[in-house]
Design a protein. Structure first.
Length: 134
């Protein structure tokens, strides 16, 4: 099954059904220049999907230039298991915070990434700034 028709990795629901990748994060990953994420939570969800799909181009494009790394390396063999958004708070017109838990498995070892992420809106686009691990 093409990735477009599969459930979106970010797990976003609508009417108790997980949205397909095509109806959820694909528009941001595949058209990030013309179709930016409308809010910080959508950006964070699409960035999770980009990690699952190893889309470094999208991750770098949506990272605030002050904190953007030169490259992104993906751990080979990581299996992403799910995302839980605990909180999304827009603190003002250009700043937001998203708290999430991302679960994965590498070499049989389960891991849990619990992060409080900072986002900034610049020229009408949201960007990931950095995060604090919990």
């Amino acid at each position: 099954m093409p990735v477009q028709n599969k459930p979106c990795p970010c797990g976003r629901h609508h009417q108790k059904q997980i949205l397909s990748f095509e109806k959820c994060c694909a528009r941001y990953l595949d058209h990030y220049v013309s179709s930016p994420a409308p809010d910080a939570e959508s950006l964070m969800r699409s960035r999770y999907s980009a990690f699952v799909l190893e889309r470094g181009d999208y991750l770098l494009a949506t990272w605030s230039s002050e904190h953007r790394p030169a490259t992104i390396d993906f751990d080979r063999g990581v299996k992403w298991l799910g995302l839980l958004v605990k909180q999304h708070l827009q603190t003002d017109a250009t700043h937001a915070v998203v708290e999430f838990i991302a679960r994965s498995r590498l070499n049989g070892q389960a891991t849990r990434l619990h992060e409080i992420s900072q986002f900034v809106k610049n020229d009408g686009r949201w960007f990931y700034v950095d995060g604090t691990l919990r």
